[in-house]
Design a protein around this ligand. Structure first.
Ligand code: ADP
Length: 634
């Protein structure tokens, strides 16, 4: 008996993704089976865990397994599990929508991508889960009953905009997904997915390590030549992480990565380690080759699963790796934890903390090795995850040096590639004892900002730090390898120390003293002080921060986050060798103050802000002043 079927529309984004699937943009169609088996395996993990936690849940967990049934005659393939199942609401929520963050971006990028290979990579990075079935089927039926509930739900769709839901009284616990396979002649690339040998090969290839038995009826020919059909377990069920490294093939690691990460691309790096002794554990971690869409959204999940003695305990285990390594995926299997550990207990457990320290060090040292052994792959890693890793400079004081060691930055040395801090230090000039940097919102802005002029003239290299996180860590990290970080847009710089131009400078200080102090009072609303600069060679002026003040980008970030604070006044530095500045001095010395000269001072300040890519407080006022002044020159 079943209730009347109701028809629903797919949520708009899901519909678009489905269309992509139906028209099979993705060439490796076999992966649909990996997705279904992976979902079934998760469902079995969940039912075991739930029955363990909730003793009243009525569920038989004595023979948890996955069964694959092929029906040649009707051309169907069914993947059945006796796992947790789904309630009607869950089916609607989980299968009717693609609740993944980044779906909208993915679709947009796919629309913009004309190149097929790039589109594949995007989809691969996103993963399509259950929807991948529509690559090989023109109709999919899902029958499910949640553990502990009486009635089941049937979901049915041809993947064309709508699906139906119907209540079903008699349904086995768990989920059965039945694919009505596309006709073979419709797609010549399609394998015969009703053939048990084909299915066995695909399962061995993608899902061999699944810890639950995957069963299927296979044909066997015995010694007398009689053919019999019998149900067999077709995967080895060996937990990959528990096997010795030497015995695991690259391909197996790759497929395991895809299973746990829901990423369709290969990982960039695999880390397999085991600890023996009093606290035994095994870890199998992966660095993906591409950052997920949601790496920088607030609720980005962490990718490490915790197992205890081969039993799945939790996803997204934040106790195992710090937030800045949230892109690392994998499994950690600890021998001596209780099966009902909670997140709270884990956070405090001393052994977990020790394990976490070791895992962090291992990930960082793996990146270090990559850096020396395969610079191109390291560069790829840094493109994808560098911003996240640098967040660690703020919180993980213990590993700060190691993080700096594996970081790389853009610099004035080479427009094409980044530099490490070690390489920077090797290139430091005699007598240079600081690592110079400038922060800002883009390379072109900071590269052309006036602050950099004298450094460029003197051949001093400057790091160009343009990630938002750079603004933050430079405030709290004092040095690397004994060399202090110094902002070239802050405090005094004295690049002439080595020259004997000191007496010349003292003279200039005197000559300009009066006009500068007058300017300081006139611009007092905007700047702390006006002084002579030794960092300029061609520009008339620049604005700099006081040594311990916050930079303008950081100030803006804080405001954007809703922090109220008084504006941070900066210092206007002027170039005594620029005709505009010396001209102002001459005019002041000759005629004293005037409205005209005051306006010139304001224009100089405005130009200094514009030159660094900053914002004017009163843009309209500035343009009026400038327009009037220009009009007079015509
Ligand atoms: P993903 O597995 O990447 O989250 P899917 O589209 O494959 O995306 O599945 C969406 C959700 O539907 C799963 O996260 C799970 O909650 C649920 N689901 C899918 N298959 C099953 C199943 N066999 N048993 C129970 N729940 C399932």
């Amino acid at each position: 008996m079943s209730t009347q079927a109701e028809t629903f529309e797919f949520q708009a984004e899901s519909r678009k993704l489905l269309q992509l699937m139906v028209h099979a943009i993705y060439s490796n169609k076999d992966t649909f089976l990996r997705e279904l088996v992976s979902n079934a395996s998760d469902a079995l993990d969940k039912v075991r865990l739930e029955s363990f936690r909730d003793k009243d849940l009525e569920v038989d967990t004595s023979d948890l397994h996955i069964l694959i049934e092929a029906d040649r005659e009707h051309r169907t393939l069914t993947v059945r599990d006796n796992g947790i199942g789904m309630s009607r609401d869950e089916v609607q929520e989980l299968i009717g929508t693609i609740a993944k963050s980044g779906t909208a971006e993915l679709l947009q990028q796919l629309k913009d991508t004309k190149d097929g290979a790039a589109a594949q990579e995007l989809i691969g990075q996103f993963g399509l889960g259950f929807y991948a079935s529509f690559m090989v089927a023109d109709r999919v039926t899902l029958l499910t009953r949640r553990a502990g509930e009486d009635t089941g739900t049937r979901w049915d769709s041809t993947g064309e905009g709508t699906y139906t839901l119907e209540g079903v009284d008699e349904a086995p616990q768990g989920t059965a997904v039945t694919l009505h396979l596309k006709a073979e002649d419709q797609e010549d690339s399609l394998l015969d997915y009703t053939d048990s040998t084909t299915i066995t090969t695909i399962v061995k290839r993608y899902s061999d390590f699944i810890s639950w038995p995957i069963r299927m009826e296979v044909e066997r020919t015995d010694s007398e030549g009689e053919t019999t059909r019998q149900i067999e377990t077709i995967n080895s069920m060996k937990a990959l992480w528990a096997r010795p490294k030497e015995e695991v093939a690259e391909e197996e690691y790759r497929e395991f990565y895809k299973h746990i990460s829901h990423d369709w691309n290969d990982p960039l790096e695999t880390i397999h380690l085991r600890a023996e002794g009093t606290f035994e554990y095994q870890a199998l971690l992966f660095i993906p080759s591409m950052a997920p869409f949601d790496l920088f959204t607030r609720d980005a999940k962490r990718g490490v699963q915790l197992y205890v003695k081969r039993v799945f305990i939790m996803d997204d285990c934040e106790a195992l790796l710090p937030e800045y390594l949230r892109f690392v995926k994998g499994v950690v299997d600890a021998q001596d934890l209780s099966l009902n550990v909670s997140r709270e207990i884990l956070q405090q457990d001393r052994q977990i903390q020790m394990m976490r320290r070791r895992l962090v060090k291992k990930v960082l040292s793996t990146v270090k090795e990559l850096m020396t052994e395969d610079p191109d792959r390291y560069a790829k890693f840094w493109d994808q995850f560098g911003q996240a890793v640098k967040e660690g400079l703020l919180g993980d004081v213990d590993n700060r040096d190691q993080i700096l060691e594996i970081s790389s930055f853009e610099s004035t040395h080479d427009p094409e590639s980044r530099t490490t801090l070690r390489q920077y230090i090797e290139r430091m000039k005699d007598g240079q004892d600081s690592i110079y940097y400038i922060t800002g919102s883009s390379r072109s802005k900071v590269e052309n900002s006036p602050h950099i002029e004298a450094f460029r003239d003197k051949g001093l290299e400057v790091l160009l730090l343009t990630d938002p996180v750079d603004e933050m860590w430079v405030e709290s990290v004092p040095e690397f390898d004994g060399k202090p970080f110094q902002s070239i847009a802050k405090g005094q710089v004295d690049l002439d120390e080595q020259d004997d131009s000191n007496s010349e400078r003292a003279e200039q200080e005197q000559e300009f003293a009066e006009v500068l102090s007058w300017m300081s009072t006139k611009l007092a609303d905007d700047v702390k002080e006006v002084r002579l600069s030794s960092r300029l060679s061609t520009s008339p002026a620049c604005v700099v921060g006081d040594t311990n003040d916050m930079g303008p980008t950081l100030e803006k970030m804080y405001r954007a986050m809703g922090h109220e604070m008084p504006p941070v006044k900066r210092i206007l530095e002027v170039n005594p060798n620029h005709p505009l500045v010396s001209g102002m001095r001459d005019a002041y010395d000759k005629n004293g103050e005037s409205q005209e000269l005051k306006e010139t001072a304001e224009l100089v300040h405005g130009m200094a802000l514009l030159a660094e890519g900053g914002e004017l407080r009163e843009p309209a006022e500035f343009t009026t002043l400038l327009a009037n002044r220009l009009a007079r020159t015509l």
